[in-house]
Design a binder for this molecule. Structure first.
Ligand code: GLY
Length: 418
């Protein structure tokens, strides 16, 4: 009896402690995010990111409380209203992807159920053979859903999407055609197509079908050959002659001009080659990612603030807008690079990734609870020359910021447990 009373009391006080901790965490999540990412566990303790992750969860939970249309996918916020895309828009997978990552972070059924619903609305896009973006759409949503749940429907959808992407590959020129009917180009290939290869590597591992690996490998190689300048900066678009496979045009339409350095292009390249190295362990892709990273690290304006200008060589730098979406993609890429034992100076990349996260966690870029709708990251630039999505939140900035924070947290936990 006494033993039972003692256990009950112990259980009650444990419950009270948990409730107390939950209140503290919620409080940390709800207040303004001034540097919460780098709260310290103790005087000499490691930095913690949980308060910022909880802030993310609070903002997205609030949105889910008021919005239930699962065939609309939030993309941005402009002129006092949320801008949505339908399932075929290239950004549609990022919202469910964020929900999957929040579920994986805190196990909350709210995020699981919402992630499932929005992901189910995307499943038909697996058969979309008209764009390389089938990779972004399905990999960031269904791909994460499959990791979280092992659901057969997601497995099947992921394989179908890989098949759709693979159908866009042609031996001449030896890579995937990114877009159809785009500004009169014959065979336009975009730098972000590199990131879409991840779904092919996943499909290869799930199905054992080597063709997916071969196509992804060939595309990454072709990108390396033709998208990069001698200084390891990048062109956004390369157009090929479909008969000879020769390059007929290089350009950067979302950057300032053909010769300029569009920051998100550089970010996609570093991210994509790091991923290609992770999947193939072929050193040439790591070398490429590192050289592209070094190009960025030589840029004094990037090093002064860790959020690049939308184009590093736009004429009014340092009076141009900065693009936080590039910074978020870069944070995730640098975190990944820092984990490869083959990298000589892993600490340098870890520190760079950490500095980007620190920059994005400041109130300048990280919104408080009643700000920026539910989007966390502020001040992104989608397409400056097209005067579209300039200085707004963008869903993919949140997606990659969250991904980078989770990678960072994983690295810190690993270091602590060593
Ligand atoms: N469509 C890819 C980008 O805007 O970065």
């Amino acid at each position: 009896m006494r033993a039972k009373l003692f256990t009950d009391t112990l259980k009650k006080s444990r419950d009270l402690i948990w409730v107390g901790m939950a209140v503290i965490l919620l409080h940390a999540g709800c207040r303004n995010t001034r540097d919460v990412v780098f709260e310290h566990a103790g005087p000499a303790g490691p930095p913690r990111v949980d308060s910022l992750l909880n802030h993310f969860a609070v903002k997205y939970a609030e949105f889910l409380g008021s919005f239930t249309d699962t065939v609309q996918f939030p993309r941005s916020f402009d002129q006092d209203r949320i801008v949505f895309t339908t399932s075929s828009g290239w950004t549609s997978g990022f919202f469910p992807g964020i929900l999957w990552n929040l579920y994986r972070y805190n196990g909350d059924a709210l995020f699981l159920n919402a992630a499932r619903s929005w992901t189910h609305s995307l499943l038909t896009e697996s058969d979309n053979v008209s764009t390389h973006d089938v990779g972004f759409i399905i990999n960031s949503s269904v791909g994460l859903g499959y990791i979280a749940t092992d659901d057969k429907i997601f497995r099947e959808s992921l394989l179908r999407a890989a098949e759709s992407l693979a159908s866009r590959y042609h031996d001449q020129p030896g890579c995937i055609k990114s877009l159809d009917d785009f500004n009169g180009y014959a065979y336009p290939v975009l730098i972000d197509n590199l990131v879409n290869l991840e779904i092919l590597f996943r499909a290869w591992k799930i199905s054992g079908n080597e063709a997916y690996y071969q196509i992804a490998y060939a595309h990454a190689l072709k990108t390396m050959e033709n998208h990069l300048r001698k200084d390891f900066s990048v062109y956004q678009l390369v157009d090929y002659d479909t008969e000879s496979g020769a390059v007929v045009f290089r350009g950067t339409f979302q950057g300032y001009d053909t010769a300029s350095n569009w920051s998100r292009g550089q970010a996609w390249g570093i991210y994509g080659f790091s991923m290609a190295f992770r999947e193939t362990r072929d050193r040439i892709f790591l070398d490429q990612a590192e050289r592209m990273a070094e190009f960025l690290l030589k840029n004094p304006y990037f090093m002064d603030g860790y959020v690049p200008f939308w184009d590093m060589t736009a004429p009014k730098v340092p009076h141009e807008l900065r693009d936080a979406s590039s910074a978020a993609i870069l944070a995730s890429a640098f975190m990944e690079l820092s984990t490869f034992p083959e990298v000589e100076d892993q600490a340098k990349y870890f520190k760079t990734g950490e500095n980007i996260l620190k920059a994005l966690s400041k109130p300048q870029y990280c919104s408080g609870v009643n700000e920026n709708e539910f989007f966390v990251v502020k001040h992104c630039v989608g397409n400056y020359p097209g005067n579209s999505e300039v200085d707004v939140p963008l869903i993919y900035a949140d997606y990659y910021f969250l991904e980078a924070l989770l990678k960072y947290r994983g690295i810190l936990n690993h270091q602590e447990n060593e």
